[in-house]
Design a protein around this ligand. Structure first.
Ligand SMILES: Nc1ncnc2c1ncn2[C@@H]1O[C@H](COP(=O)(O)OP(=O)(O)OP(=O)(O)O)[C@@H](O)[C@H]1O
Ligand SMILES: [Mg+2]
Length: 378
């Protein structure tokens, strides 16, 4: 899970944000692409903007870079209001969604391209290019042309080119979009390393929730121009605030119900799917009679052929589907109400077939702790 290595500036009240996005709205004629977004991003963060296609991620990034101006609201970077600052004067560089390398130029020339207009001597420029190639570990390919490189190597050239101008903020739009899964994972760690080495503030756009979880200090989850939730990967995963965020990040079971009673620290929810009551750790704001959804991650539900000792949040069902995914198994269990529950179980390290708790058609008991469930209201 996330690195969360920046001393948690966002939890320290006196820290000034490095980037402040203040009530920013972007309209394209009648269409609202970004809707009243406010965000504070701190120095040295690797901040992820996460959301589905068309939700406004690129548009928000373009307003940071200055290629697009907000219809309403303001952007501040390093204490300066960016409203009338043109893109080339901002302490920002952007790596575009489809980064285009110049095909006729070598790796070295591509990386040095943006430095032409900087007041550097030839030796200084060569030095900077060399540093960048070392950083992305491509020194031995300095003389190659882009078509002589793999996809991942080309991606690193684009990254080196964006870093060469030594921006204070690097904006990366889907930096790993063109790579296959294995290379993506590898390059994610490289990006994290480079971010740590340079200390530059990174804002990364992605629609891949696993990528956002691995890479970032914090995530903003976007949906149709709105930020639904901002938090560390752990907060977003363990404490989603809405059904949308719960569903968007990882897999989750949701049982709709009505709050029957509340005590000091627990709430009891009547759920038709569960054919009974579920007890959950109470959220401060729930009231008796309220319609809620009880959400439980598949890995937080235990599965066993034996009835559990405690009857709290336990129910019997039947395995209708079973998938084996190397390190874990996924069971789909049908409850008497016909509701389906997904349960994830980490496989035993020692064996392969032997440790499976149940097979197709087996009757099993499911159970979870009140602390494992989340109460969602909308
Ligand atoms: N110049 C423009 N004129 C009109 N509409 C636009 C313009 N640019 C973007 N939009 C619209 O604004 C919305 C947000 O677009 P944006 O490119 O920010 O999405 P995104 O989150 O980056 O999506 P993706 O993941 O597909 O790249 C989309 O519905 C898009 O069609
Ligand atoms: Mg985009």
């Amino acid at each position: 899970m996330g690195i969360e290595n920046t001393g948690k500036a966002w939890e320290t009240p006196k820290t000034e944000p490095f980037i402040r996005i203040e009530n920013v709205t972007k309209k394209f004629s009648d269409f609202i692409a970004v809707n009243n977004v406010s965000l504070d991003i701190y120095k040295g963060e690797l901040f992820a903007l996460l959301g589905g296609s068309g939700c406004g991620k690129t548009t928000l990034l373009r307003m940071l870079s200055g290629f697009e101006s907000p219809t309403e609201g303001r952007v501040w970077i390093d204490g300066q209001d960016m409203t009338s600052v043109p893109p080339y004067e901002r302490p920002v560089n952007m790596m575009f969604q489809s980064y285009a390398l110049f095909p006729h130029m070598t790796v070295e020339q591509n990386v040095g391209y943006g430095l032409k207009h900087e007041k550097l001597t030839k030796a200084q420029r060569q030095d900077r290019v060399k540093q960048m190639l070392d950083l992305v570990q491509l020194s031995q390919f300095a003389g190659r042309k882009p078509h002589q490189l793999s996809g991942g190597q080309r991606q690193r050239v684009a990254l080196a080119r964006a870093l060469a101008k030594q921006p204070k903020v690097l904006l990366l739009d889907e930096p790993l979009g063109a790579l296959d899964k294995k290379l993506r994972e590898h390059t994610q760690f490289e990006i994290m390393n480079i971010q740590e080495k340079t200390g530059i503030t990174f804002v990364v756009v992605t629609h891949d929730q696993e990528e956002a979880m691995t890479l970032s200090t914090r995530i903003a989850v976007m949906d149709r121009g709105i930020i639904r939730q901002t938090g560390t990967p752990t907060e977003i995963y363990e404490f989603p605030k809405t059904k949308f965020v719960a569903d968007f990040i990882g897999s989750i079971n949701q049982f709709a119900g009505t709050v029957k009673s509340v005590t000091k620290d627990k709430a009891v929810v009547a759920c038709a799917d569960w054919a009974g009551e579920i007890t959950v750790d109470r959220d401060a704001s729930v009231a008796v009679g309220q319609n809620v959804s009880v959400a439980v991650r598949p890995e937080k539900i235990s599965i066993s052929k034996k009835a559990p000792a405690k009857t709290l949040n336990a129910i019997e069902g039947k395995v209708i589907d079973l998938g084996y995914f190397g390190k874990d198994s996924l069971y789909r269990v049908k409850l008497p109400s016909s509701a389906l529950v997904r349960v994830n179980r980490v496989n035993d390290q020692r064996g392969r077939e032997t440790e499976r708790v149940a097979q197709w058609e087996d009757k099993v008991w499911l159970a979870f702790e009140p602390s494992a469930a989340i109460l969602l209201k909308d």
